[in-house]
Design a protein around this ligand. Structure first.
Ligand code: BJW
Length: 239
């Protein structure tokens, strides 16, 4: 089967009602991004961080996949599709997409704060607790293994991001289509993936305001995800 890789950011879910990060709307108007998405913010005010993620949890539970998510699922009829997303929502999975890597974590998981405590209180005793959750984490929720605080299983600024380099290296020679969608490409190291796929024959970038520095690498399809992804998928499936 032909292979396709999709690399997505917040713009993919914008038309499902989840605000992007670097636009002036919704939830973000009430918070400074670094107060709620950094280990320093968590150490300073965990209640504020949990309040923020509780609102995100409710918001994401109440949203539905949009036409772009469903079109990506449809692409699987003829392509072996790998989705690498920066998004913590699970709209791709809920639309039926099977192979999804979440670079920045998932809203529906909690983990022990041991994963990042700065400085590590005791590296040897760091625990690795991580579990799916059906309701948002509350203040007072504790790790069943070591009783430190539970935190969202997401990647904050300054925390390590694990890039799927081995998987990419394995499939790269066979990838025919690469689609970047809905990301400002401002956050490292996730955005570095946009430079890995230069050898892929068909490379597209979908965004109403695509990052100018990528213009020479990609065919720009300027527009929204829910508008452009279904069109592109239809043309790929018709080939
Ligand atoms: C549409 C649309 C529609 C609108 N259809 N499109 C200085 C220079 C360079 C790097 C650094 C630096 N100082 C620090 C750094 C590193 C830092 C970084 O990159 N900072 C930059 C902001 C400057 N990176 C990190 O800290 C990372 N870790 C790291 O580097 O670790 C080093 C390390 C190594 C070894 C050991 C330990 C450490 C971690 C980054 C984590 C990012 N986390 C967040 C929060 C995740 C959890 C959560 O969701 O709450 O990830 S921040 C936020 O940004 C989130 C996103 O995934 C990420 C990317 O945002 P995205 O998706 O691109 O959204 P937007 O809003 O920026 O763009 C939306 C796009 O959609 C726009 O283009 C719109 O036009 C478009 N759009 N409507 C299609 N309908």
């Amino acid at each position: 089967m032909k292979k396709a890789v999709i690399f997505s950011g917040a713009g993919l879910s914008a038309e499902s009602g989840i605000p992007t990060f670097r636009s002036n709307n919704g939830l973000w108007d009430n918070y400074r991004i670094e107060d709620v998405t950094s280990p320093e913010g968590w150490e300073k005010d965990p209640a504020l961080v949990l309040d923020f993620y509780e609102q995100r949890f409710e918001q994401m539970q109440n949203c539905k996949p949009n036409a772009a998510h469903y079109a990506i699922a449809q692409l699987q009829e003829q392509f072996d599709v790998l989705c690498i997303t920066q998004n913590i929502d699970t709209l791709l999975e809920r639309a039926g997409v099977k192979n999804v890597i979440h670079l920045h974590g998932r809203i529906d998981y909690a983990k022990c704060e041991c994963h990042f405590l700065i400085p590590p209180q005791n590296i040897d005793e760091e625990c690795d607790y991580r579990s799916e959750i059906s309701k948002a984490i509350q203040m007072g929720d504790r790790c069943p293994k070591c009783s430190k605080k539970l935190r969202p299983d997401v990647v904050w600024f300054g925390e390590a991001v694990s890039l799927p380099k081995r998987e990419i290296r394995r499939i790269l020679p066979e990838v025919e289509v690469f689609i970047g969608v809905g990301t400002s490409a401002k956050v490292y190291p996730a955005s570095s993936l946009l430079y890995y796929f230069d050898t892929v024959p068909h490379r597209y970038f979908i965004d109403p305001d695509p990052p100018e520095h990528l213009r020479l690498r990609y065919t720009f399809l300027e527009g929204t995800a829910a508008e452009k992804i279904p069109e592109l998928v239809a043309s790929l499936l018709a080939k």
